[in-house]
Design a protein around this ligand. Structure first.
Ligand SMILES: Nc1ncnc2c1ncn2[C@@H]1O[C@H](COP(=O)(O)OP(=O)(O)O)[C@@H](O)[C@H]1O
Ligand SMILES: [Mg+2]
Length: 251
């Protein structure tokens, strides 16, 4: 067993009186896609927002490369190399692809923006990910399809030497062809050595690209398994009832 690049243990998180995460353990390995699955409201987005420093955890530990770390904000997560592509993407429609990828982290040469080097880096990142669907990196994001937007958001996340990339439901709003493109990109990220976490409740997506599956049920981690060791039906059972045969939460 190799040390996971990202690991959390015993995470509890409440919003006011409502406890959303109960003693959650989760890990992601370099070079692998780990699918985080669970029904709506299971706590998937909350868990990754805790890892990303958006929400403070009430208790528990976050380990990076085996060492305990403190994540008090998105900046801490970014410094560690953890990038999250959120469900709502947070791209600016009125800006072009380069501007979006460097938003808030623009490169400057003296007093002016270094457009040439930002263009070059944006182009290199997209080419490095074998993205061929985007025609011009000076295209406004408002003119992109859903799949292209997702691609830009993912490229933005990997531009910063990230080591862990977490994608919150990247294919939820996409058609069949665009979904296939995004899943290929997800696989390529892992093949480049990143630890990729894919949140999804689409079993086809999960089985197409993941190496491992972690199933959350009502804020509790029901099971963490290798994808090759389970069937679609078992994972659906874990999602809907928190258990399947001898897997899952025992009463
Ligand atoms: N900021 C918040 N304040 C209060 N409750 C929240 C907040 N964010 C999420 N929740 C609640 O936490 C639970 C888990 O939500 P979420 O993590 O978004 O689930 P998932 O991503 O698995 O669909 C839900 O019951 C949701 O209503
Ligand atoms: Mg969610």
């Amino acid at each position: 067993m190799t040390t996971p690049l990202l690991e959390v243990r015993g995470i509890d998180k409440s919003f006011g009186p409502v406890q959303v995460l109960h003693d959650v353990a989760f890990s992601a390995h370099a070079g692998e896609v780990t699918a985080l699955v669970g029904d709506n409201g299971a706590g998937k987005s909350t868990l990754v927002k805790c890892v990303g420093g958006i929400y403070p955890i009430d208790s528990g530990d976050i380990l990076f490369d085996g060492k305990p770390v403190q994540v008090h904000g998105p900046r801490d997560a970014g410094t560690l190399g953890i990038e999250i592509v959120y469900q709502d993407l947070a791209l600016c429609d009125n800006l072009d692809i380069v501007q979006n990828m460097f938003l808030g982290r623009e490169r400057r040469r003296g007093l002016v923006l270094d457009e040439a080097s930002m263009e070059e880096m944006a182009q290199e990142t997209l080419s490095g990910l074998s993205v061929r669907t985007v025609k011009s990196i000076r295209q406004q994001v408002s003119s992109l399809s859903g799949g292209q937007r997702q691609t830009v958001a993912i490229a933005k996340a990997v531009l910063w030497n990230s080591k862990v990339v977490i994608l919150d439901e990247p294919t939820a709003a996409l058609g069949v062809a665009q979904t296939a493109q995004v899943l290929e990109l997800v696989r390529r990220l892992a093949d480049k050595g990143l630890a990729v976490v894919l949140i999804s409740h689409n079993m086809n997506d999960v089985f197409a690209v993941s190496d491992r599956i972690a199933a959350l049920y009502l804020g509790r981690m029901a099971a963490r398994v290798k994808t090759a060791d389970v069937t679609h039906a078992q994972v659906v059972e874990l999602i809907t009832s928190g258990r399947s045969g001898d897997l899952g939460i025992m009463p």
